[in-house]
Write a protein that binds this ligand. Structure first.
Ligand code: SF4
Length: 307
């Protein structure tokens, strides 16, 4: 993909905080993070044109049931909020283990595969497509498919002009590629008809698009609109949160994990946590045979003791 794809670097998702974290050292980042500032740096192009070191990140919240946390009532606010034991140290350790930013998601994640020099509505559309392709697909495969699409010309109009067979050839072998051809065509037609070729700007509208679920919608909001609407919880985030005890009780589905996590995790970390845990899940806390022996959380992870 060298030369054709110009992936923006997703670095320093919580500016000024990553450097504070070190293994074996308790951190006092909560207050600094909970104000919503520095909630995410989405990356920078090599040319520095985009993408986007944010001094302040907009945070939007969905209504209850639609994801995200709405303002708590005064009675709720008085209750001591549950939070997992040792979570700050566990997070600090993960940040330390992720400091090299050398996981597949750091180089080829869905937020890295768009053309940062394209017009805004075009690169936003490419963000949406890369996330649609990434479901059930390794980052390497998604990145390669995005490169082929971009070489062909990846805009709303070019996709609408393409027949299904040609689109299938370009995205194969992403997971469920035949179904994704249908979703991409249907979604692209809706974008053309209802959004002037751009993408919707709310989670509620995004999840109405064929093939777009809550996890994807929150990541689109974060990457494409620089608005933190909720935590993007994929299988890595879901698995690791349950292993670390970051959910009050065990959760069965990523969507349950998202709601459980949003109930206590400071909002300033919502943007970073997906990127952080996905890479950690790719390199250390693997789905099968996690590398507990080398994990800095070995001594404070409930799951490690069983292994
Ligand atoms: S100790 Fe093992 S299970 Fe726990 S976070 Fe580390 S790798 Fe994952």
């Amino acid at each position: 993909m060298a030369g054709a794809v110009v992936p923006p670097l997703r670095s320093g998702r919580v500016p000024g905080v990553g450097g504070m974290w070190a293994a074996g050292r308790r951190v006092s980042s909560r207050l600094a993070l909970s104000g919503g500032e520095g909630g995410g740096v989405m990356g920078e192009t090599p040319s520095g044109k985009r993408h986007h070191r944010r001094g302040k990140v907009s945070i939007a919240y969905d209504a209850p049931g639609g994801g995200g946390s709405q303002g708590a009532s005064s009675s709720e606010a008085k209750k001591p909020k549950w939070e997992p034991k040792n979570w700050e140290q566990q997070l600090a350790n993960i940040q330390e283990m992720r400091k090299e930013r050398d996981a597949p998601v750091d180089r080829m994640g869905a937020g890295k595969c768009f053309d940062a020099d394209a017009p805004p509505e075009v690169w936003r559309y490419q963000v949406l497509l890369s996330l649609m392709l990434s479901s059930q697909t390794k980052d390497q495969v998604t990145a390669a498919a995005m490169m082929r699409l971009r070489q062909h010309g990846l805009t709303v109009d070019s996709i609408l002009e393409m027949d299904n067979a040609a689109l299938g050839q370009l995205i194969y072998p992403v997971g469920f590629w035949k179904r994704k051809v249908q979703y991409i065509k249907q979604t692209t037609a809706i974008l053309k008809r209802d959004y002037g070729g751009d993408i919707p700007k709310t989670v509620a509208a995004l999840v109405q698009l064929p093939g777009v679920g809550p996890k994807m919608a929150h990541l689109v909001m974060d990457i494409a609109w620089e608005t933190v609407s909720g935590i993007g919880v994929d299988t890595h985030v879901h698995r690791i949160c349950n292993r670390l005890g970051w959910t009050k009780k065990e959760t069965g589905l990523p969507e349950e994990t998202r709601q459980a996590l949003e109930a206590w995790l400071p909002r300033g970390l919502w943007s970073e946590i997906n990127w952080l845990l996905v890479g950690f899940g790719q390199q250390v806390c693997l789905p099968v045979r996690p590398r507990c022996a080398t994990c800095l959380n070995h001594g404070i992870c409930p799951a490690a003791r069983k292994r």
